[in-house]
Write a protein that binds this ligand. Structure first.
Ligand code: SAM
Ligand code: SF4
Length: 334
């Protein structure tokens, strides 16, 4: 079976699966406070449909899966899906991105079903600011989820943080200390224009370079961030370690200031079965009618191959004629 390679020669081996568009938070850089319209239940792909889809894609080179949303832990019986995906030959890594509200209760079942890793999103260590960002007073529960996940899953826990100027960027040193104290990897993801409220502006963006500088200034006794020798140069995250040998890492995903589109190896499927070849795609390939309408595996494979062939060269955020994506982050599956 030929591999999934686009017209620019990028090999696609990474699939992000959105298992729901619903969420128990309303992060201001992602969702509106009110008025989100959810997909009808019957519009969301079933576990069987998702399993079949991944079985079709694995022989085409898909190796890594990430379950996301919306909030993936809101999807009922999620461990069942993971068990199904785990049996697919060729899939060697299954990860999940979560806001961790429900993680303390679910971590063990997720791990037992075959989940390899979780990434937790956390944008503030202060209760009130956490509530301001997520619009939920839930920091304590999230911290409990993080603690449980660190105990349950092997390897360092990865925590994603989005900093916005004037809102939570003053917490940069606190995040560095969190990494040093617990051995977590804190990944700073640059704020992207994917918020439903359309309030993103270049002035609210705090670049990875600036965050790195602030951490270096905060560290004492000549300690600095130094490039992680284990870093995969093709991966989107540039990981750094502390020069004094303290545990923990700091990673930067500089999607806006240093785009990594030329190495992009990802595609996404939304909860309602639309294939997206870029976060910022203007167009989608609707696979639900094929998955539900009796199309053969070959027909579905062909539709994916055609979409991948035309994968966007890059996201164009920095171009004067940039056009926002056709959906916001929680509807795409970040
Ligand atoms: N609900 C889960 C969570 O928050 O981890 C999974 C879905 S969420 C859309 C996935 C990731 O996208 C989160 O780490 C979140 O911080 C990030 N994200 C959402 N909107 C973003 C934006 N406008 N810019 C950058 N990252 C964003
Ligand atoms: Fe929900 Fe995640 Fe979006 Fe926050 S970032 S609103 S937790 S989907």
């Amino acid at each position: 079976m030929p591999l999934l390679i686009d017209q620019l020669g990028r090999k696609i081996d990474n699939l992000r699966i959105s298992v729901t568009d619903r969420c128990n938070f309303r992060c201001l850089y992602c969702m509106p406070e009110e008025g989100m319209e959810w997909l009808p239940k019957e519009g969301v792909l079933s576990f069987e449909e998702l399993e079949r889809f991944v079985r079709i894609l694995a022989p085409m080179g898909i190796r890594k899966l990430r379950l996301t949303g919306g909030e993936p832990l809101l999807r009922r019986d999620l461990p069942q899906l993971i068990s199904l995906l785990r049996t697919i030959e060729g899939i060697d890594d299954i990860a999940l991105t979560t806001n961790a509200l429900l993680l303390a209760e679910q971590a063990a079942a997720l791990q037992e079903s075959g989940l390899d890793r979780v990434n937790v999103s956390l944008d503030s260590l202060l209760r009130e600011r956490f509530e301001q960002i997520t619009r939920r007073d839930a920091l304590d529960r999230v911290l409990r989820g993080i603690e449980q996940a660190a105990k349950t899953f092997q390897g360092p826990l990865k925590i994603n943080a989005v900093l916005m100027r004037g809102l939570n960027d003053a917490e940069t040193p606190a995040f560095a200390e969190l990494a040093r104290e617990h051995g977590h990897t804190i990944r700073f993801i640059e704020y992207m224009p994917l918020d439903a409220d359309e309030s993103w502006s270049r002035s609210s963006l705090v670049t990875g370079a600036e965050i790195r500088e602030r951490i270096d200034q905060h560290l004492e006794n000549g300690t600095r961030l130094v490039e992680d020798p284990a870093r995969d140069q093709r991966a989107p995250a540039a990981d750094y370690i502390f020069s004094d040998g303290a545990p923990g890492k700091i990673g930067f995903i500089n999607s806006v200031s240093e785009p990594f589109c030329e190495n992009c190896n990802r595609i996404r499927i939304t909860a309602d079965g639309k294939l997206r070849t870029c976060l910022f795609s203007q167009e989608e390939t609707d696979l639900a009618p094929l998955l539900r309408g009796g199309a053969s595996d070959e027909r579905i494979a062909k539709a994916v191959r055609m979409a991948v062939h035309d994968k966007e060269p890059g996201h164009r955020i920095n171009e004067p004629d940039f056009v926002r994506a056709s959906r916001s982050m929680s509807q795409i599956g970040g």
